[in-house]
Design a protein around this ligand. Sequence first.
Ligand code: HEC
Length: 108
Amino acid sequence: MKAVTFALMAMALGAAAPAGASEQLAKDKQCMGCHAIDKDGAAPAFKNIAAQWKGKKGAESTLSITIRRGSKAAGGPHWGKATMPNTDERPQVSLAEGKKLAQWVLKQ
Ligand code: HEC
């Protein structure tokens, strides 16, 4: 019985780790300079972005294009505010990082 509890705890911890890593990645890439998780500011809140896109076809790939190359490359802006700049004005985001960040935003 104890072994089962420990196995479940280990699984829960394992599942939590990637989310934390993605949040750190968002900080490293200066996303939080414009975005917050749950408050609109210079840029829409990640929670509102998630609510808008969750379950939509192609959400992950559209968002990862925005994340890597800015709003215009993804057919935006979609929020009627400022556009998200391309990576001339912020840290480069790789294909794998863009995918990871898009998945993370959709989970907020
Ligand atoms: C210089 C400010 C700025 C930075 C830095 C920035 N964003 Fe944005 N972001 C914006 C703005 C403004 C919008 C709204 C653009 C629009 O209307 O599509 C936006 C939109 C988005 C969207 C929604 C796109 C859509 O089509 O709905 C996502 C997802 C996103 N940003 C993720 C990120 C991530 C992840 C990072 C870090 C790699 C980041 N942003 C860094 C300003 C920024």
